[in-house]
Design a protein around this ligand. Sequence first.
Ligand code: MSP
Length: 652
Amino acid sequence: MEKKTFYISTPIYYPSSNLHIGHTYCTVAADAMARFKRLQGYDVMFLTGTDEHGQKLQRIAEQNNMKPIEYIDKIVDGVKKLWATMEISYDDFIRTTEERHVKRVQKLFMQMYEKGDIYKSSYEGLYCTPCESFWTETQLVDGKCPDCGRPVETMKEEAYFFKLSKYQDRLLDLFENNPEFLEPESRRNEMINFVKQGLEDLCISRSTFDWGIPVPIDEKHVIYVWLDALSNYITALGYPDEPEKYNKYWPADIHLVGKEIVRFHTIIWPAMLMSADLPLPKKVFGHGWILLEGGKMSKSRGNIVDPVVLIEKYGVDALKYFLLREYSFGNDGVFTNEVLLNRLNSDLANDLGNLVSRTVSMIEKYDGGIIPEHNVPGDFDEDLIAVATGAAAKVEAYMNKMNYSAALDEIWAIVRRTNKYIDETTPWILAKNEEDKGRLDTVMYNLAEAIRIISVLILPFMHHTSKEIWRQLGIAEGEGTGWEDTFKFGLTKVGAKVEKGAPLFPRIDIEKELAALMNMEGTGNAPKQEEKKEEKKEEKKEAEPKAEITIDDFDKVELKTGKILECKKHPKADKLLVSQVKVGEEVRQIVSGVASYYTPEDMVGKTVVVVSNLKPVKLRGEMSQGMILFADDADGSLKFVTTDAADGCLVK
Ligand code: MSP
């Protein structure tokens, strides 16, 4: 009989910088689910990847003096290494710059176009010139660009649109009649309200930058990054040209996504699929965020929790367990080192670690390290057996609701019950009387057997620990280690040899450890936001001194004098001026963001200082070959840096 399939995906991550623990959270959850379903016998497809197009990435690469793909390759390498360290069991990793993805997105675009769902029009929006980004009214912060805080202006450009509005009723119907499509419930209500307010057609192409997949019918445009990104869920399966995997796994069972991208996955993505006449994913689950006490994690603020730092200190299994046990998956949670350490100590070192080490030590001591017979039932056995064999069904029910924390708690109910069983049966007293040996052996056997069940149930979450337990208890993989074996009591082999090992999870001295973490990067201990702001103010007063450089550093910059011959306003951006500057023999075009300070007439005739070896860039479609220097005056104005020298002289 063919195995039942199960397809789960994570979002594809932006390779703008290294991933932090927030990104890791979703991937760890997807990994645990994939492993759980594999344990249950499903044929699993687990997809993750990277979302590599768009203006932001292009700009970041430029800032790093790299080609986009060079920069991205480097980050993607790091992402793959992180997943290898965390032993993420994905079946495929899709990069949106891969040929297989690009050609398939273009085909999907054409399918939607041929359906009559894509048309050309013009896009008018609020535009931030320095960031080269359009924003909606609601995205603005105090009426200004949410990224840089500068004023925005109204701009118009030609673009392609997707008839999203056409699918409004079908989407509403989807939310209202398929409650399982979007979970948790609260997010469903949000989306229903959003759709009810009315959907506008979606602008799906950009022509102001070129780091993207070209629109197949108009190469001046690139496809809007979300259309490109969302398609990954089917392009990775080979849709439409190699549909074997697509036919096998689509529709997806679960798209796991963070709460802020639920809207893209439950409105735009289904509408795209409706347009292409394809089935919809069965479920989108919008999980909460991991926050720090000061709010969101942010690379620029330096308050990042780096999973690698935690793994090096506590191990992969501990981190995975913590993430899925501590936080309720649908809600936000706050990460602190104290919460982490307390959880590791109480659940892993004390509860599970102690149970295993006590049991193995007792079997060594009382039975020479050999799993004994179990012929003398007694008090407490029945309850222990009921708890141990009754957990799997509950774990399964919780996992199907994506309630990882409750599933783990259910497994820990066995751990706690088994520890209690030791206290109740008092093996050390039984060991004193030869006539109690039969009962003592049965207690030892029952302990080993309860631990076997625990070890299989934790396999999807912490497989190293499972395997170490098997090693210590003399269990061979495949013998009592399957999903069905967690419902049965009595599978541990009499006569197997146990072998003590190092503690599964060493106990942590919390005070000492917290003090050590305080001074470590990547543990979320950067100064809180307010303190940072204060520091910034201080820096400002002192004219923001930069780090010392050597003469060799300075030597890299080539400064020359240049005479501004002509100047005009940038045709597409109110803040920019485009000057023709004579630098010795050559005339260069230089774009400057100074239109709020000077008119083109003010510029013409000045001999200024120019950075002449700056890499040329296109700014809103106009080439800029250098930079004119200005002085930031104390009164907030901008002053020319002029000179008496002729143009073309080296400034040194
Ligand atoms: N590239 C898009 C997704 C496209 S999917 C077709 C994107 N990338 S992202 O890198 O910005 O974010 C990826 C995921 O990481 C999102 O689901 C987001 O919610 C998640 N997280 C980022 N920071 C997070 C936390 N601090 N906590 C939990 N998850 C968070 O969006």
